[in-house]
Design a binder for this molecule. Structure first.
Ligand SMILES: Cc1ncc(COP(=O)(O)O)c(C=O)c1O
Length: 454
């Protein structure tokens, strides 16, 4: 289709020389190069994808080399309304004029708690944090305090803290099943070994057996309710039943799914109410904020516990979260991102059929992903990297998945479909004449960590 050609690309890609120079400087000064593993350039097409941004607006970001991209990663999920949302930013500016933190508290703390209690099924009481991993740590502490038990069973990614990385201390064969293959839990006290135990998603028998094996010792089962596919029918209800039979606390980590499934998070969609839930990222459209919510009798244990930090109630995060949540409802963002995702999936699947490439765009509407039908895992990794590389050159930044926000509209869809058509053609050709290696300008992406959930 001629209209699918790259007429929508607004600025010609000029390479990422400055980005790479900055990254070299960063690596001299910052261990690991970046603060977040998902922002490491090796996670994208190294030397082709942008590494440093100068600004973002709506659905787009600009890099230090002057390139413009549609950002299909949405600030690693934090951006739900779009970059620089005028309503949220105005509310934050108003708040800034009155100061960000004080020596005493601000009413916003209570207003946001009421907002969360009103919208999230399991929420009766609320604590705050500044990010997802921190909120998970708080939830783990409260669950341990509430039950007087130490062990936590988990499924999914829950941040960087000791309680969670302790899972990798175990030297048994299940190490491969952990979330961080190849990443050693260096610096995590060995005495925590055996306190964090993973279980596979979707397998009730496995969860039941693990609970039985640690009967009377499990404080909590923390899990992402789903990530890239909806849960199998009855699975989460089965999880809740098992967890409660064992007297443990069920915690949904909704940091990644956030407020895209519904304006109240995942619970109304899956029809299961956990005992606690954790939110961050999309709760505040890019301002640092996190929340731990839960049933009164569980949360009240925190009355007696030392859980305390200066910035947790800063008014910028509170104001941003309150405004974002209200805007998510007012603008019915879940319906918008669902619609965009449905269109994206349909149009990319049409392009794949047209080009004759064996790839499908599937999964959650608000977070679809590409599945290239390539058997050899090393070739598959290269194909994925080639996709990221060619899309970057065509003004689309991302992985082989798409994290949606409400600012992505028709122009973004048109440009992305056009870019994908050309990229699929290149990949099809590369697979056909075995020239993927030649087409790649970089090493295959490194999979720094993988998820246990689907
Ligand atoms: C499900 C889940 N939990 C926790 C985290 C950690 O959040 P943060 O990076 O804000 O600490 C993430 C981040 O990707 C996540 O996806």
């Amino acid at each position: 289709m001629a209209t699918d050609r790259m007429q929508y690309h607004r600025i010609q890609y000029q390479g990422v020389r400055k980005s790479m120079e900055l990254y070299a400087r960063a690596c001299e000064l910052i261990p690991g190069g970046t603060q977040l593993i998902s922002r490491r350039p090796t996670r994208f097409a190294y030397g082709v994808s942008p590494v440093y941004a100068t600004k973002g607006k709506g659905a787009r970001i600009w890099d230090v080399d002057g390139n413009e991209y549609i950002d299909w990663v949405s600030g690693i999920g934090a951006i739900i309304l779009g970059y620089c949302d005028p309503v949220v930013d105005e509310a934050v500016r108003e708040q800034l004029a009155n100061g960000t933190i004080y020596s005493i508290n601000h009413e916003l703390e209570i207003e946001l708690a009421e907002e969360l209690v009103n919208r999230i099924p399991c929420a009766e009481m609320v604590r705050y944090a500044k990010g997802g991993g921190e909120a998970c740590m708080i939830a783990a502490r409260i669950a341990r305090g509430a039950t007087g038990r130490d062990k936590i069973l988990f499924c999914g990614y829950h941040g960087w803290h000791d309680w969670y990385l302790a899972a990798n201390l175990s030297a048994d064969a299940s190490l491969d099943q952990h979330l961080f293959p190849g990443i050693e839990p260096i610096g995590v006290p060995k005495s925590l070994e055996g306190t964090a135990i993973p279980f596979p998603y979707g397998d009730l028998d496995a969860l039941g057996q693990t609970l039985d094996a640690h009967r009377g010792e499990v404080a909590a089962v923390m899990m992402e309710p789903f990530r890239s596919e909806y849960p199998p029918e009855g699975y989460l209800a089965g999880v809740a039943k098992l967890v409660h039979e064992h007297g443990a606390v069920l915690i949904f980590d909704e940091v990644s799914t956030g407020f895209r499934p519904t304006a109240s998070g995942s619970q109304p969609l899956v029809g299961v109410t956990p005992d606690m839930a954790v939110f961050a990222k999309s709760i505040s459209n890019g301002y640092p904020m996190g929340a731990v919510v839960g049933r009164r009798d569980v949360m009240e244990a925190a009355n007696e516990m030392f859980i305390s930090s200066t910035y947790w109630s800063d008014t910028i995060g509170l104001r941003a979260a309150l405004t974002t949540l209200r805007e998510v409802s007012i603008r019915d963002i879940p319906t918008t991102v669902k619609g965009t995702g449905e269109q994206l999936k349909k149009r990319l699947n049409d392009v794949a059929a047209d080009v004759g490439l064996d790839v499908t765009c599937e999964g959650l509407d608000f977070h679809p992903h590409l599945n290239f039908a390539v058997e050899d895992p090393s070739v598959k990794a290269k194909v994925g990297t080639l996709f990221v590389q060619e899309m970057a050159k065509r003004g689309c930044h991302g992985y082989t998945s798409f994290y949606l926000n409400a600012a992505q509209g028709d122009a973004e869809l048109d440009q992305t479909v056009a870019a994908t058509r050309e990229t699929f053609e290149i990949i099809a050709q590369g697979l056909d004449d075995d020239s993927i290696d030649t087409l790649l300008a970089c090493e295959a992406r490194t999979d720094s960590f993988r998820r246990l959930v689907r």
